[in-house]
Design a binder for this molecule. Structure first.
Ligand code: 6PG
Length: 469
């Protein structure tokens, strides 16, 4: 009779690597996969110390310590519900199911309520870090009841990434909050990636640098305030060659796909009336990239300005301006992401602790970046901060760096280089610091054609004008 500490269902790359990580940290792990896949075949033939594979769900469940902890690492959506229904007949009151995939947070909320009625505990857990993170230390965002979290927290703390010895896992909040935070993490991931892609485009097509030089620029930047995982891997990607000695980057089709979490973040921003322009533009950029056939036609019939720079163009200054604009863009992108989480936290009464969220983003996850330390400091001082942009540390940088952002956006526009996120960040920034916007005209138009009424700045109440009179 086995008494294993945890069961992992789903032996895809993430599930397998998490199981190995848990076992390496001294826990006994039962594993199960619905189909007899490569990993299961390997495990059954060569059982590893502390990893116990099962072909029957009943035996898998009976091999676990009570209350049982079962981690689902399977495809999000209906497969999660199907697996829950398969597990339910074998579970006892108080057992814990953990969904560690990229599930939609509203599904997690529904599953939480459904399982609570059956006295089964449920945690919706965001896990970030890709394959390597799962194996050596991911960033973990658990949502659900605190008591459920306490059951699994010793394992999570051991297997997670560490930042200065501090585990990158902290209780996030009730029901769907862990998956919501992971969703916004992914939205920021989309934004970081798009900002870096626009940077690559400016360096390659406008400045005219080769792959090695651009790679070296990213490697250099990674030693400064931009230091982050995505900048680091970009430096590595750009200098990688295939067996024929050609740069791999030059052979990759320029069509970006995605599994949807960026779109969910943009949708959530729209739902909450939050102007998260960075993630929304980043999602649109991926969609536009998929219009490859149209772009090929357009490139032959629609014209643009000349790409070449004038002979006195200061390339060194321009490159430094790109660096500053990229850092400023990153600050605004993370600020929008945190503001969105604040809005969701207020709406769902999650009571999110933003310094904790910033802390667990510092290592293991895809958006890990040195400047998250400043975000930790800002929210440690005040969890109710209106906006990260209002903190002195970010204010000082923004007030200096917006000139660089203007310079690169103007230069890109003048030479026909598309920089949708850089330019939308600049527009957002300028609109955000404008006291008197032009929404008065929008209100007048709405009232003109639809009697929608408007408010006045000099009197209270609602007003309607008969505009044709
Ligand atoms: C992570 C990542 C991961 C995500 C991939 C792909 O935190 O480890 O966010 O969860 O699934 O990055 O995302 P897209 O396919 O949507 O680009």
């Amino acid at each position: 009779m086995l008494n294993n500490n945890i069961g992992v269902i789903g032996m895809g790359v993430m599930g397998k690597n998490l199981a190995f990580n848990i076992a390496r940290n001294g826990y006994s792990v039962s594993v199960f996969n619905r189909s007899y896949n490569k990993t299961m075949k390997f495990l059954l033939k060569n059982p590893l110390d502390r990893i116990f594979p099962f072909l029957s769900i009943e035996k898998f469940i009976n091999s676990l310590n009570k209350p049982r902890c079962i981690l689902l690492m399977i495809q999000s959506g209906s497969p999660i519900d199907e697996m829950i229904n398969i597990l339910l007949p074998y579970l006892n009151s108080g057992d814990l199911i953990i969904d560690g995939g990229n599930s939609f947070y509203k599904d997690t909320m529904k599953r939480f309520d459904f399982l609570q009625k059956k006295s089964i505990q449920f945690l919706g857990v965001g896990i970030s870090g890709g394959e390597d993170g799962a194996l050596y230390g991911p960033s973990i965002m658990p949502g659900g009841n605190i008591e459920s979290y306490k059951l699994i927290s010793p394992i999570f703390k051991k297997i997670s990434a560490k930042y200065n010895q501090e585990p990158c896992v902290k209780y996030i909040g009730p029901n769907g909050s862990g998956h919501y935070v992971k969703m916004v993490h992914n939205g920021i991931e989309y934004s970081d990636m798009q900002l870096i892609a626009e940077t690559y485009s400016l360096l390659k097509y406008l400045v005219g640098m080769n792959n090695i030089d651009v790679s070296n620029i990213f490697k250099k930047w990674n030693k400064g305030e931009l230091c982050s995982y995505l900048i680091e891997i970009t430096g590595n990607i750009l200098c990688k060659k295939d067996i024929n000695g050609n740069f791999i980057i030059d052979s990759i089709l320029d069509v970006a796909s995605g599994k949807g979490t960026g779109t969910w973040t943009a949708n959530s921003a729209l739902k909450f009336h939050m102007p998260c322009s960075v993630v929304t533009e980043s999602v649109f950029s991926r969609y536009l990239s998929a219009f490859k056939a149209n772009r090929m036609i357009a490139s032959t019939i629609l014209s643009g300005p000349d790409l070449s720079l004038s002979s006195d163009f200061d390339k060194e200054k321009f490159i430094e301006d790109i660096r500053k604009a990229l850092y400023l863009g990153k600050i605004i992108s993370y600020a929008q992401g945190f503001s969105l989480m604040k809005k969701a936290s207020e709406h769902y009464l999650w009571n999110l602790k933003f310094s904790n969220i910033a802390k667990i983003f510092r290592s293991g996850c895809i958006i890990r970046a040195n400047f998250l330390n400043d975000i930790v400091t800002a929210y440690s001082e005040n969890n109710n901060l209106i906006d990260l942009l209002f903190t002195p540390i970010f204010q000082d940088i923004i007030n200096l760096y917006h000139f660089s952002l203007r310079h690169i956006v103007i230069t890109a526009i003048n030479h026909g280089i598309s920089v949708p996120v850089f330019s939308s960040i600049l527009s957002y920034y300028d609109a955000y610091r404008t006291v008197n916007s032009t929404a008065n005209l929008i209100q007048a138009q709405r009232d003109y054609f639809g009697s929608h009424t408007y408010q006045r700045i000099d009197q209270s109440g609602s007003f309607h004008t008969n505009w044709l009179e």
